[in-house]
Design a binder for this molecule. Structure first.
Ligand SMILES: *Cc1c(COP(=O)(O)O)cnc(C)c1O
Length: 500
C-alpha cells in the first residue's frame, strides 16, 4: 500500500503507447507462407469488380514480437480482476477460476460447429439441458432459456414473454413498475419492450414503499421488476406481500437476478413469488465480464410462461436402448421467436456449468454466505469514515454516502479517482440514484480478509485526506497513464481514429 505522503501530486507519469499504425514500418511481417502450390491467378480473375478495393488497405506492418509487446503493454494499462480488487457494486466482479478455461478450451467443445446435426452434438446439448435444470433448481423456476446474451437482454426477453402471456389472454397492459432504486437497464428494457415505466418509491428503510405500490398497481400493470436484495444491498422483507399485490391485479413479477450472489442456495426467487427471472452468469457464475461482453443472461419462468419461451428449445427423450437423446425444436407455436443466433453464448454457458459442477450445492451456498460476510465486514471497517445511510446488516453489497466529504469540498467522483492512485478499481458511484453522493461496494466472496482490510485502509486514508488536504483528492488521479478526462465527451464522441 502506498500512502499519500509518498506521492508527488502533480507529477503525472506519462505512459504513452503509440498506436499500432505508428509502430508500423513498411516490409515488416509476422508471418511467412509456404510456397504457393496452385497456379498464380490475377485478382481480377478471382474477384468481381465490386468486391475489389480501389486502393490497398492501410494495414500496419510489424513483426510478431512487436505485436505481442504492443498488446501486452496495452493490457497492462487495463484494470482486471486478475490484477487487483474490483469492488464495483452490483457487478459481482468475482474471480473467474482458471479451471473453466481449461474445460472450455478442450477441442471436443471448441471445435463444434453450430450447424452440426443434433445427433453429432449430443454432449453439448446434454450439458445445456442440465445447466437449464441447475438454474431451475437454484432459482425455484420451472423452465429456462439460455439464449439471452446479457442481463439487459434477459430483461427484454422476459418482458416479451410477459407481453405474450397477457396478449394470449386478450389483455393489453401498458405499464411496467420499477422502484426508484432500480438499475437503469430495468426501465430501458421496459421501454424497449413497448411499455410505459412507472416508478415506485423507496421508503426510509431503502425498501419498496408498499403503500406507493398499492396506489400504482392496477389492471394496466404488466409487471413489477425487482431485484432482491435490492441495489442498496437490502433484502426486500415484504416480498411476499409485494408478490400478492401484483398478482391480485393480474400482473407478473420480474426478478432481476443481478444480485443472486447474495442468496444462492439460501432462498429462491421462485419461492418469493417471481414469475420470470434472469441470472447474469457473468456475475454470479464467474464467467468473464470481458470488456463489456460477451455475457449470458438466461431467463427462467414458471410453467404458465413456458409456451412462450424463445426457440429453439432443447428436448430430451429416451431412445430405443433407454439412452437419453437430445434434439432442438422450433415447433412452439406460442414462442416469442428467436432472441439470439443459434443457442446463446455456449462457450460461457459451458464455463457456468463448470462453475456449478465444481462448487456443488453446498459450495454455492457457502459462496453466498461468504459474499454477505465480506460485505458486512467491509461495511464495518468503513462506516466511521463515511456516512452509512442504512443502518444494520447488509446483504452482499452496501452503499455509503460521501455527503460528509462533499461538505469538505471533495466529491464522490474525486474519491473514486483517488482510489486509482492507491491501486484500486473504484466502487460504483452515483448509483443507486436514491442515495446522495453514493458509493456502492461489493467485495464478493473471492477476496480474502487482508485484501478487504487493505482496501478499507485506502478509503479511510482518502477520507482523512478529504478532511486535511482536499486539493490532493481533487487532483487525483496522478499515478495513472492519463489524469482526469472528460468522461462524457470520451463516451459520447470517442476519437479513436488513426491520424496517419
Ligand atoms: C448488471 C446489472 C444489470 C444488467 O445486466 P447486464 O448483464 O450488464 O446487461 C441489471 N440490473 C442490475 C441490478 C445489475 O447489476
Amino acid at each position: 500500500m502506498t500512502s499519500s505522503s509518498d506521492k508527488q501530486v502533480g507529477a503525472s507519469p506519462t505512459v504513452i503507447e503509440p498506436t499500432i499504425f505508428e509502430l508500423s514500418s513498411a516490409g515488416r511481417a509476422g508471418y511467412s507462407l509456404p510456397a504457393c502450390d496452385v497456379p498464380d491467378a490475377p485478382v481480377e480473375r478471382l474477384l468481381p469488380q465490386h468486391s475489389r478495393r480501389a486502393e490497398r488497405p492501410a494495414l500496419p506492418e510489424l513483426s510478431e514480437l512487436q505485436v505481442v509487446r504492443h498488446f501486452t503493454r496495452l493490457s497492462r494499462l487495463n484494470y482486471s480482476i486478475d490484477g487487483g480488487f474490483y469492488p464495483l457494486g452490483s457487478c459481482t466482479m468475482k474471480y473467474n477460476p482458471k479451471l473453466h478455461e481449461k474445460v472450455a478450451s478442450d477441442t471436443r467443445w471448441s471445435s463444434l460447429h453450430p450447424h452440426q446435426p443434433d445427433a453429432t452434438v449430443q454432449g453439448v446439448l446434454a450439458m445445456l439441458f442440465r445447466l437449464q435444470g441447475y438454474l431451475c433448481k437454484i432459482g425455484g423456476m420451472d423452465a429456462f432459456t439460455l439464449q439471452p446474451a446479457a442481463g439487459a437482454h434477459g430483461e427484454h426477453t422476459g418482458l416479451m414473454l410477459i407481453r405474450a402471456f397477457h396478449e394470449k389472454k386478450g389483455e393489453r397492459r401498458t405499464e411496467v413498475l420499477a422502484p426508484d432504486s432500480a438499475h437503469g437497464t430495468n426501465p430501458a428494457s421496459a421501454v424497449a419492450a413497448g411499455y410505459k415505466v412507472v416508478q415506485v418509491r423507496s421508503n426510509a428503510q431503502g425498501r419498496v414503499d408498499v403503500e406507493d405500490l398499492r396506489r400504482l398497481v392496477g389492471p394496466q400493470t404488466a409487471a413489477l421488476m425487482l431485484t432482491n436484495p435490492n441495489t442498496l444491498g437490502l433484502f426486500e422483507s415484504e416480498i411476499l406481500s409485494i408478490a400478492d399485490i401484483v398478482h391480485q391485479t393480474g400482473g407478473q413479477l420480474y426478478y432481476d437476478g443481478a444480485n443472486l450472489n447474495a442468496i444462492m442456495g439460501v432462498s429462491r426467487p421462485g419461492d418469493m413469488g417471481f414469475d420470470v427471472v434472469h441470472f447474469n452468469l457473468h456475475k454470479t457464475m464467474t464467467t468473464p465480464h470481458g470488456g463489456g461482453g460477451p455475457g449470458t443472461g438466461p431467463v427462467g419462468v414458471k410453467s404458465h410462461l413456458r409456451p412462450f419461451l424463445p426457440i429453439p428449445v432443447i428436448e430430451r427423450s429416451t431412445g430405443a436402448a433407454g439412452a437419453e437423446q437430445y434434439a432442438l425444436t422450433t415447433e412452439r407455436p406460442d414462442s416469442i421467436g428467436r432472441v439470439r443466433s443459434f443457442f446463446g453464448n455456449v462457450g460461457l454457458l459451458l464455463r457456468a456449468y463448470a462453475y456449478i459442477r465444481s462448487m456443488g450445492p453446498d459450495g454455492l451456498t457457502q459462496a453466498s454466505h461468504d459474499a454477505v460476510l465480506s460485505a458486512n465486514y467491509l461495511k464495518a471497517l468503513l462506516q466511521d469514515s463515511f456516512d452509512a445511510p442504512y443502518a444494520g446488516h447488509c446483504m452482499h453489497e452496501f452503499v455509503l454516502s460521501g455527503r460528509r466529504q462533499r461538505a469538505q469540498g471533495v466529491k464522490t467522483l474525486d474519491i473514486a479517482k483517488r482510489l486509482l492512485d492507491y491501486g484500486y478499481h473504484p466502487p460504483t458511484i452515483y448509483f443507486p440514484l436514491v442515495v446522495e453522493e453514493c458509493m456502492m461496494i461489493e467485495p464478493t466472496e473471492t477476496e480474502d480478509r487482508a485484501t478487504l482490510e487493505a482496501f478499507a485502509a485506502a478509503l479511510v486514508a482518502i477520507a482523512r485526506e478529504a478532511a486535511e488536504q482536499p486539493e490532493v483528492v481533487r487532483a487525483a488521479p496522478q499515478n495513472t497513464p492519463v489524469s482526469r478526462i472528460d468522461e462524457a465527451l470520451a463516451a459520447r464522441k470517442p476519437d479513436v481514429r488513426w491520424k496517419g
